[in-house]
Design a protein around this ligand. Sequence first.
Ligand code: HPA
Length: 243
Amino acid sequence: MLAVIGGTGMSELAAIEIIRRKGSETPLGAASSGVLHARLDGHELLFLARHGHPHKMPPHRINYRANLWALKQAGATRVVGVNAVGGIEAALSPGTMVIPDQLIDYTHDREATFFDGRFRPLQHIDFSWPYTETLRQDLSNAAADCGETVISGGVYGATQGPRLETAAEIARMTRDGCTLVGMTGMPEAVLARELGMEYACLALVVNPAAGVTEHEISMEEIHAVLEQGVERARRVIRALLEH
Ligand code: HPA
C-alpha cells in the first residue's frame, strides 16, 4: 500500500475520497495528523499531512517517529514524501520537480531513530543509498506516463529551519555536493528505512536557495509556485497508483 506524506502546500490531496480516518495517537506520541485511508480515482492509498491539517507544525517540531509509525501501522509498504525545497544547483529553477538519490543531514536535536535503546534495542542500519531505487524508478516512470518532467537524481540537504539558510551556508552545502535544500527530508527517510518501508522523495523546487540569485527569498513567489506545483505532484502520484 502506497502512503503519501504531503508537505507544505499539500496538507490535503485534492479529489481524494476518504474511506477512513485513523486517530493520530501512537506509542511515540501524536502524529502530525490522523492517517487518511483514501481512494484517488479508484486506487487506495494512505495520506498523512506532515505539518498537520490545518495546524502548521514547524519542521523541527514534527514528530517524525510517530508519523512513520502511524503509516506502518496503517499498512503502508511504500512511502512517497512530497517536499517543497530550495534549488541550489542553478538548473533547478522554481517549478522543477526532482527525485533525489542522495541526502546529507544537517538537522540536529530531532528524534531520529526507533533504535534508541529505549523504544527498540540499538541497531545500526545501512543507509548508503537512502532512497529506495525501485520506488524512485516507479515515480520517474509515473511522471513520464503523465507527461510531467522530473529530474531523477540530486542531493537533498536537510537543514534544521524554520529559518531559511544564509548565502554562506548554501555555499558550503554546494561544496558538500547538495543540489537541493529542505527542512523535512530527515529523519523521515531513515525512519522509513528502519521500519522496512520503501521510501522516495518527490521534491518540488519553490525558490532558488539563498544567495543563488542576488534577490532575497520571497514568500509570495514560493506560494505562487507551490500552488501549481502541488497539482503536478498530485498528477505524478495518481500515475504512480496506476502502475
Ligand atoms: N531552504 C530550506 N527549505 C526550503 C527552502 C529553502 O530555500 N525552500 C523550501 N523549503
